[in-house]
Design a protein around this ligand. Structure first.
Ligand code: DAH
Length: 368
């Protein structure tokens, strides 16, 4: 198909013009019918609509310009109609509009059932945290929080773990890198317990204080069935005049019965924490066997659940640097700390701590 095939026009009457244009349109249709590929489309476009040597350009040059003035209008109208026809042929050959099949594939069948979205639910750790916090809220405790990235001062020093003290090794943690130039007390680490929030609370308000502090903590620890390097605690602190160990016992005895049922008994065993003196571990009668002895309680009838004690005067002395009212001669208090996962595992019969963090819906959906 070359431009040479365009004949010269010799007659300009309507009949001759109609014939000449019809012949050209026929050629264009035949050419368009043979289009099979992208390249064919491009070739058609070049041959018919090419700006410099396209057939329409040639028609315009040869026929329009050579026409006598009287025929120019009739020629122009037909030329425009031809051009429109050629452009339409190109468009449908190029498949610019989606095909019927494509349209059908995209159509939405409104009679199909919709996508069912799962309802969210409280995670067991959140639920258990809330249960613990509610027990203390009912006793008049307020609720606080503190940062997970903590300073050495709050996490250790003010909790009476002096620099180099061996008790620090019992709570090895992850420290933020490249802080050697900072004084030890300002260096940042991931808090190993929620106890530092005791100090933050006392610094921000004078006694009396009754507060529980839930939060996430971190330890450099190997994961196993009952230990995780990140877990949750609820801390408690009560400071006032004349607070005694009896108040501590009564409060935790009540809390354990509120959490595990009214038949649960508690007992207090001597222990050690740097920030309490005296310190105790609290055991509850085994909720699985009622105290008779079973595999879960290692035949002892008791399960160890949390740490507590009377706030060490050294801790009050740190608080008194900011709030003089924490004078250990005038006030006293108790503190306690419990692991949320441990309590949740007992309450809901879970044997692998990793289940809490797995995000496995088969596990989570059992507790919706
Ligand atoms: N902070 C301790 C720990 O993570 C738990 C604890 C024990 C908190 C005794 C206390 C407490 O407030 O009095 O092991």
């Amino acid at each position: 198909m070359t431009n040479d095939s365009i004949p010269d026009l010799t007659a300009f009457d309507d009949e001759s013009l109609n014939q000449a244009f019809a012949a050209l349109e026929q050629q264009a249709r035949e050419a368009a019918a043979k289009i099979n590929s992208e390249e064919d489309v491009e070739a058609f476009k070049l041959v018919w609509l090419g700006r410099k040597q396209g057939r329409l350009t040639e028609v315009s040059a040869r026929w329009l310009k050579a026409a006598p003035a009287a025929a120019k209008k009739a020629l122009g109208v037909r030329f425009n109609a031809l051009k429109a026809a050629v452009e339409e042929l190109l468009e449908s050959a190029a498949g610019t509009g989606p095909s019927d099949a494509a349209l059908k594939a995209e159509a939405i069948d409104i009679t199909l059932p919709g996508t069912r979205r799962l309802l969210g639910a409280e995670h067991l750790i959140t639920r258990t945290t809330n249960e613990i916090v509610s027990v203390f809220a009912a006793l008049g405790y307020s609720v606080g929080v503190g940062p997970q990235v903590e300073t050495d001062y709050y996490n250790f020093e003010s909790m009476n773990f002096p620099p180099g003290h061996p008790a620090r090794d019992t709570q090895d943690t992850l420290v933020i890198a490249s802080q050697e130039r900072r004084p030890l007390r300002d260096r940042l680490l991931l808090r190993t317990h929620t106890s530092p929030v005791q100090m933050r609370t006392m610094e921000s308000q004078p006694p009396p204080v009754r507060i529980v502090i839930p939060g996430r903590v971190h330890r450099n620890e190997a994961d196993d069935a009952t230990h995780s390097s990140t877990f949750y605690q609820v801390e408690g602190l009560c400071v006032d005049t004349h607070i005694t160990f009896s108040d501590l016992k009564g409060t935790l005895d009540h809390a354990m019965r509120a959490l595990f049922g009214s038949s649960v008994k508690t007992r207090f065993f001597p222990s050690f924490f740097p920030f309490t003196e005296p310190s105790a571990d609290v055991q509850i009668s085994c909720i699985f066997c009622g105290g008779k002895g079973c595999r879960k309680c290692k035949q002892s009838g008791w399960i160890e659940l949390l740490g507590c004690g009377m706030v060490d005067p050294a801790v009050f002395a740190f608080a008194a640097e900011r709030q003089p009212a924490y004078d250990p001669k005038k006030i006293s208090g108790f503190a306690f700390g419990m692991g949320v996962e441990r309590i949740a595992m007992m309450k809901y019969g879970i044997s692998e701590i990793g289940q809490f963090y797995s995000g496995d819906m088969r596990f989570l959906s059992q507790f919706v």
